[in-house]
Every structure is written in C-alpha cells, then in structure tokens.
Design a protein around this ligand. Structure first.
Ligand code: ZN
Length: 123
C-alpha cells in the first residue's frame, strides 16, 4: 500500500511521515488502513454471499476514498440485492457522471405484437 503526500505529491510506502517533505501523514495512514480493512470485509462478505454486509463495508470505504475497488463492491452489493438502478448509477458515476435519474425510456413499438425488431433503447 502506498500513500500520496497531499503536500508534495510524493508516493510513500511506509508510515508515518512523508519521505520527501516530512509532513505528518499518520492520520491519512490511519484512514487508509481502515479503508483497507473495509475492503477486506467486502471480500469476505462476497465469499459468504452477504449483500448487506458488502454494501455496508463498501459504502464506508467509498466515503473515505473513491476508487475502482469500492465502486466495484458497491455495484456488486446492489446487484446481489437486485437493485439494478443503483448498480447502474454506481457504474455510470464511474465512467462519466451521467447517472440516470429515472428508469430508462423505451420507445413504443407499433403494436403489442410487433416483434419484428427489438425496441431501441435510449440511455
Ligand atoms: Zn510530502
């Protein structure tokens, strides 16, 4: 685990002070350690199939710092709870901050029995 110093941007591999500017990074190391534990909790909950636990740990880890790991566990937790809209929102915020505000619109077809082509989707 490495930590980027917010003062000088140096990457640090060991606590508690920055190797370059000697800034005290002990609080950041503490938060990062807590986040590391939460993500380990997510991994254990995935193995046990506990969606509520995955979400609880992932939300706390995501609140500390966003990254692909916390976003992945949030998405997985939502999917396991069959909350597909929140899973999609989590994925959309990762790519371009265009989370859907409501269910996607599907254009109407000519009639209820028109199965010649699948309806086009607009996102
Ligand atoms: Zn520094």
């Amino acid at each position: 685990m490495t930590l980027r110093c917010p003062v000088c941007r140096a990457d640090n591999a060991a606590p508690a002070t920055c190797r370059r500017c000697r800034a005290d990074l002990s609080l950041l190391w503490s938060l990062e350690g807590r986040r590391h534990q939460l993500l380990a909790g997510c991994r254990a909950a995935v193995g046990a199939g506990r969606a509520d636990e995955i979400l609880r740990h992932a939300q706390e880890a995501h609140a500390l710092r966003h990254d692909e790991d916390s976003r992945m566990y949030l998405t997985l937790g939502h999917l396991l709870e069959r909350n597909f809209l929140d899973a999609l929102r989590t994925l959309c915020t990762a790519s371009n901050s265009q989370a859907p505000q409501a269910a996607p619109r599907v254009p109407r077809t000519e009639g209820p029995h028109d199965l010649s082509s699948p309806p086009a989707r607009e996102w």
